[in-house]
Design a protein around this ligand. Structure first.
Ligand code: HEC
Length: 118
């Protein structure tokens, strides 16, 4: 009797474990979609920041040229280092104050989202 009672619990235990897996993966997906909702693209964020922070003003003629999607994407590593003021890279914007963390984060997010254009 005791044994069969225990055995009858097994499906419930397994169901419980399974349900919590499903639940936790749902939660993860939700987190993911929250990030997606605020997805950074070149057109919706990066282009505007490069303009409002004066980058494009200088980097229309100054290397690296930062006037379009492909050029910004191709120079991304050094661009990110320059706005983070990493050692070994010139600090940008040149002779301006460092960009706010939230704006620098937008560049990080842009990379994490595989450099979407639109
Ligand atoms: C006032 C003009 C000016 C502004 C504004 C400016 N830059 Fe620059 N930038 C330069 C010049 C000049 C150089 C090259 C000489 C040097 O490294 O200081 C340069 C160099 C760079 C480099 C190469 C750095 C390296 O070490 O190889 C990157 C990347 C860059 N800028 C990105 C940016 C970004 C992103 C912004 C906006 C946040 C910006 N720049 C704003 C003038 C500017």
């Amino acid at each position: 009797m005791r044994v069969s009672l225990k055995n009858s619990m097994v499906p419930f235990i397994l169901f419980g474990i399974g349900a919590s897996f499903v639940l936790s993966s749902c939660l993860k997906e939700k987190e993911g979609s929250a990030v997606m909702a605020a997805e950074v693209t070149y057109e919706n964020t990066i282009k505007g920041l490069l303009s409002s922070r004066g980058c494009v003003g200088c980097h229309t003629s100054q290397s690296p040229i930062l006037t379009d999607y492909t050029k910004v994407k191709d120079n991304f590593t050094v661009v990110l280092a320059s706005i983070k003021h990493d050692a070994g890279t010139s600090n940008m914007p040149k002779s301006g104050s460092k960009m706010p963390d939230a704006e620098i984060q937008a560049f990080v997010d842009w990379e994490a989202g595989s450099f979407k254009e639109n």
